[in-house]
Design a protein around this ligand. Structure first.
Ligand code: HEC
Length: 107
């Protein structure tokens, strides 16, 4: 039987992603991590346009002070140079919540 390349790729991805999966709702699952890497990371790794950089607690502190609901609203609706949905059309509210907590290092 011929094993397709796609099957191998999927198997590799699942294998690599496994350790990131935690069981609480807020966790960056493998799927959420992939979405983050394909969207938010474009700006939030280097701080494009003044975006708060991932893991920079000092940059995130005043943002977190607004409350998670405000941050979620700004993610969905956009905020200044922050584009609506952060370029992630497939993201769910739970993805955004996990991404924000991940970037701001809220555990
Ligand atoms: C095109 C670049 C870009 C992308 C892509 C992007 N952001 Fe942003 N983001 C920004 C910029 C710039 C700001 C700062 C906006 C400001 O404070 O004026 C920002 C700010 C934020 C804030 C803080 C908002 C506030 O009220 O302080 C959150 C939360 C956020 N981004 C989440 C995300 C998430 C989640 C994703 C991916 C789904 C994402 N961003 C993708 C550019 C981006």
């Amino acid at each position: 039987m011929r094993i397709s390349i796609l099957t191998i790729i999927v198997a590799l991805l699942v294998g690599c992603a496994e350790p990131q999966v935690r069981d609480d709702d807020m966790a960056m699952t493998a799927a959420t991590s992939a979405r983050w890497a394909a969207s938010c990371a474009l700006c939030h790794v280097r701080g494009e346009g003044g975006a708060p950089v991932v893991g920079d607690a000092a940059a995130w502190q005043p943002r977190l002070a607004q409350g998670l609901d405000v941050l979620l609203a700004h993610t969905v609706e956009g905020y200044n140079s922050m584009p609506p949905l952060g370029y992630c059309m497939a993201c769910e509210r739970s993805d955004f919540e996990a991404m924000i907590r991940f970037m701001a290092e809220v555990r």
